[in-house]
Design a protein around this ligand. Sequence first.
Ligand code: BG6
Length: 514
Amino acid sequence: GANVVIGTPGRVMDLIRRKSLHLEALKIAVLDEADEMLNMGFKEGFLWGGATAANQVEGGIFEDGRGLANVDLMPHGSDRYAIGTGEKWIDRIDDHYFPSHQAVDFYHHYKEDIALMGEMGFKTFRLSIAWTRIFPLGDELEPNEKGLLFYENIFKECKKYGIEPLVTINHFDCPMHLIHKFGGWRNREMIDCFVKLAKVLFERYNGLVKYWLTFNEINMILHFPFVAAGLRFKEGENKTQAMITCAHHELVASALVTKLAHEINPENMVGCMLAAGSYYPETCNPEDYWKSICDDRESYMFIDVQSRGYYPNYALKWIEKRNAEIPFAENDVNILKENTVDFISFSYYSSRVSSANPDKGKQTESNIFASVVNPYLDTSDWGWQIDPLGLRITMNEIYDRYQKPLFIVENGLGAKDKIEEDGSIQDDYRIDYLKKHIQAMKDAVDEDGVDLMGYTTWGCIDLISNGTGEMEKRYGFIYIDRDNDGHGTFKRIKKKSFDWYKKVIATNGEDLDN
Ligand code: BG6
């Protein structure tokens, strides 16, 4: 009988609201301040862990029938950015170096890697499915059994260590065959191909996987469209139109897949995924403040649809002003309305800054889309600005906006690591970054009442950078012997942060000391 609620005033109200309980039907026992203290901290079952993406870790791109994908044609070097933005392309493997082809060979090392995650005490492991392992071309009728088996083995391996998989169905990959045939997500046919993929996954992994994300960083369509939507621009076309078309198709696909997940197993929980990081106005000039609102809206635009079920008015105006239209088909409005997500997941690396002055000088390096430099912040080796309080600000902003549970599924520091003479890796800078961000996230939970499901650091094992294709930009607790040019043994080495994170998890985030 769920009609008795015990807790402090704040907790009781929170529970009533979250579970939509009716006050009249409840017996309520309110505890005192001392108990309130006991209730602080991350909730029981908080999902601590780490995150990866197929194309950045697996390698083995020609094994067991896997087909060719967009991410296989993203080289290391100066052409990478232009290819990612859909301005330039390579159609077949040539003499460029493509780091994802072997990546960190997770394809053959997954047992070792998951054992190390188990040793750290991971409660969850975020990974993505390589679409072309399951449907090598994308439009076949039957899936590739060997691809399905690969992920089934991974999930079973996770279960051995009590690790709950968190699966991104689409982390920046699209079969090349569908790009050639349909022009990627600009064609509505993609929706059926994607729904077919998801159906196969939900049925095959029913009982093994409960947490799903549909599209990684869906707002990246506006910034890295070949990677996020298999989009290549045609000469002279209205680029906004092309990107909005892709986005709408992904949004409808995401809603249909959410529906299917719930039908196949009501225990399934489906989230959207945002490349987050609030914009601050450069000054208190109202023009700067207004610009920061507009910039934030460009990030929230698609998440608003996935969480609330409809395009907000500002998005309709934004699209109209750019002479574009949303390619609504007959039932799309209802599909979007009836199938919103269960939780909001996001990546956070840094806050951003907006200026109304178009000539505003220096831009930061950043996660694909740059912003004005914030003089109050330090930067990483790659020029990304470091702002732990910005995580608390971002969490509050997102929670205020949607009032759904949040899941931080990417956060971390890309840095150069050095192996000492004794073989150790003293990555105190990474511990410092993570410690401050976890403290900020704790503040958001304890002080502000944000409902947070879990936290997965990006690149828990070192992996290939999405932005630059480098290997030397390392995020992991586990070092992997591999360099920017594809040399190395793939040997795994625990860094100092390995034991630190193990302790953080064991104490449910209470002990952050180095
Ligand atoms: C996110 C992506 O945008 O940022 C990841 O979801 C990516 O795929 C991560 O790796 C960090 O970016 P980078 O460029 O350092 O790899």
